[in-house]
Design a protein around this ligand. Sequence first.
Ligand SMILES: *[C@@H]1O[C@H](CO)[C@@H](O)[C@H](O)[C@H]1NC(C)=O
Length: 163
Amino acid sequence: MASSLLFVVVLLAALSSPPPSAVLAADDDGTTHLHFFMHDVVTGSNPTAVQVIKGAGSSVVPGLAFGDTTVIDDALTETSSPTSAAVGRAQGFYMMSSQSGIVLMVCANLLLTAGDHNGSTLAVVGRDDVAADVRELSVVGGTGRFRMATGYVPVEDVQHERA
Ligand SMILES: *[C@@H]1O[C@H](CO)[C@@H](O)[C@H](O)[C@H]1NC(C)=O
């Protein structure tokens, strides 16, 4: 099996401002910090990231073209191990959106499935300059516990392995 896993640390601070109703049991200062790992499996028999558009634009690097678009349903887990406790899914897409370098437009809903956050979602968009050590995406909204959320998502590669 040739399965390529990209482990990404996501540290998220979602600030709900103001808590719209008693439905939300936010932390005392209204800020929630979440930390988890995203598994973007692009090859193998069970990929969670599948290219759905082959960009018609020029090749940015061999094998990657402007416009390439990948749909994802990536597992979010507690540790870097893909078999660790599931905390949610990242469902959305990323698109090659620069003509000079590997830069992705990321657009995803994070569905949380554990504990108090089960069933709540966060809407995340941003510019992912893959060459940068840490990339910052935006939390632009949410549902359930995260209704009206705003915040930010520092994203970092922690491991890139072939199993
Ligand atoms: C999350 O909510 C779903 C739907 O209500 C439920 O089926 C599931 O058991 C819950 N999971 C956890 C870990 O609480």
